[in-house]
Design a protein around this ligand. Sequence first.
Ligand SMILES: O=P(O)(O)OC[C@@H](O)CO
Ligand SMILES: [Mg+2]
Length: 241
Amino acid sequence: MANPSGSVSGKGPITHVIFDMDGLLLDTEKYYTEVQEIILARYNKSFDWSLKAKMMGKKAIEAARVFVEETGISDSLTAEDFLVEREAMLQKLFPSSEIMPGASRLIRHLHAKGIPICLATGSHRRHFELKTQRHGELFSLMHHVVLGDDPDVKQGKPSPDIFLAAAKRFEGGSVDPHKILVFEDAPSGVNAAKNAGMSVVMVPDPRLDSSFHDAADQVLSSLLDFSPNDWGLPPYEVPAS
Ligand SMILES: O=P(O)(O)OC[C@@H](O)CO
Ligand SMILES: [Mg+2]
């Protein structure tokens, strides 16, 4: 159950950290929304956050199936054709992806303190490269990256596959999931982390209904509000400016 006060008792100590990417480290969910709204407008349909909540964090084809079925357009547009249609628009938008507030400071802090960190994103290789092309130095601090099209990721979030695969690739082999803290923005990602036996800090978009917060161990409105020492991680030397 999420601890609404944002403080965490009896958790940790955490020794390893796994970061989600879209919506958590990078402000990219808005690009998916923008493109989906454009496509839905052609069918006189509108896109809302209850549908977004079901799609975010998932592998592309899994999210696409939700999209065409939940909006009732699957007779006119297949999930595969939806992916083709949105691709050109997304490829124009992704290179502008910005880092979310607090993300760079946290990644650099954990890396400097020798805490192993990695990335686990439902985005496939091509999209990952487009989104991170201006942030190569920051993402180079990750010990490893597991992507949505990785062969070990049989099913996307909320399946635990991607987080279990990420746990196995740290130095020294598989890490006890109880020692891993996951950062996520999406309900599917939070559930995937819990299904993997890990602790999870959720940083949800404020438009996401708060009923989706319950499975998280901690809920924050921004990574700027995260205190590493809440989880037994090395504290920041100086408070955020
Ligand atoms: O796993 P993340 O990085 O949130 O992104 C997945 C992508 O499908 C966007 O929802
Ligand atoms: Mg995400």
